[in-house]
Design a protein around this ligand. Sequence first.
Ligand code: SAH
Ligand code: SF4
Ligand code: F3S
Length: 487
Amino acid sequence: MLNERDLTAYENLPVIPENEPERQFYYMAQIRKLVKQRQEELGRPLTAYHLCVGCQMNAKDSEKLLGVLLECGYVETDQELDADFVIYNTCTIRENANLKVYGRLGVLGSKKKQNPDMIIALCGCMMQEKTVVDKIRKSYKFVDIIFGTHNNFKLPELLYNRMINKEMIVDIWEDTTMIVEDLPAKRVYPFKSGVNIMYGCNNFCTYCIVPYVRGREKSRAPEEILDEIRRLVDDGVVEIMLLGQNVNSYGKNLETPMTFAELLQKVEEIPGLERIRFMTSHPKDLSDELIEAMKNSKKICRHLHLPLQSGSTEVLKRMNRRYTKEHYIELAEKIRREIPDIALTTDIIVGFPGETEEDFEETMEVVDRIRYESAFTFLYSKRTGTPAAKFEDQIPKEVAQKRFDRLLERVQAIAAEQCKKDVGKCVDVLVESVSEEDCKMMATGRMSNNTMVHFEGCKELYGRIVPVQITESKGFYYFGTLMPDRG
Ligand code: SAH
Ligand code: SF4
Ligand code: F3S
């Protein structure tokens, strides 16, 4: 566990600390006492279930939420319906993410009738929407705690208040300039970790809810980021992923401005760190300096996720993406030229309001030309409060679905062809899991370009970077053979 502290020091403080994160450590100490007491009454540990949906930012937030709960004395469980504490860290990027939450809540509500002591908390992006909170207040009255993305560090304080008062608590902030770090975190993988370099987004793509639910862009100070990475490396991490909605605009608003490429160069110098990834790059801000930094780096992975969204300049304009089809193609081709072994991946939205058949063909054309190693394709989802929700010419579902199917087929066919090109090569693979299959121990890991490789291995390989000879392409992953260590 990262950032553990001795909570006993906080148990009997005469006044509640005003400063963060001390204040939350105080509340964690109080919860721990209550949890222990209840545990003794029941003769069993108190359990916590946690669900995280959405992007890497949410995953990173969830590590902190879980870290806090474990420090408070809860034991993690995968038995949602029998848990004493249930928390959903939600996403609202597309409508179906929301619908799933309501569906699950319905089931949870009936279970809570049998176990009134169960505490249910909801947090994350969905909670930043007023309509959502109103609906939960009205139709899901059994929910105990609702908080948002700007104050998720407050979980201990809110949980303690709920334990004492037994009333629904709703605490949502509109935005914040506060960045509270250093709370305990339960890391999912011992050998890799995400690291936030910035929060929020200022781009206001017209389809996207993120700027409304995550607030304005805020870069973290470089020293704090580097410190966190050093601590992670000391804790066994060899691969980090720098996280931000638009990492290419990192540092613009710092007191001493710094570019993302400069930050990368500093991260590169950290001894013991082997691999650097980042997410997400907005094409409008991707600089030659960054391409140069990637090209010259020994640690930055050969993978760039460069969301296209649409291949039509007209649609891009209405999406407020601030680049044209030509600019995007030029950029992607330059990257392929400068870094030939790079894997380019992308996000594409189909059925944006007003998208014509010709617009869609232009998207297909870019896909054919750039030949992505992989692409996430999405049906446009109308998000209340975004400008595009009010655009005329919303595309009928059947039309969008047909285009989506065509695009997906093309994207997959190209990806399968791209995935043939490394057969025969010997590559470095970071082993992410080892399990028994058909009486053999099979290891699964990722190449620098993010492609998965399966090969026969053993438990000891977990978390290590090892050489593997690629023997066969399976469309979007490879089979390989472990090679002797190059030393
Ligand atoms: N900041 C990142 C994207 C974060 S959201 C970027 O700008 O690239 C991840 C992806 O979800 C987006 O790239 C987009 O393709 C998709 N997405 C966002 N809003 C959407 C919506 N309303 N409907 C469908 N897909 C959407
Ligand atoms: Fe959304 Fe655009 Fe910001 Fe990405 S850059 S999070 S798509 S508004
Ligand atoms: Fe979803 Fe929020 Fe991420 S809306 S995609 S979890 S920033």
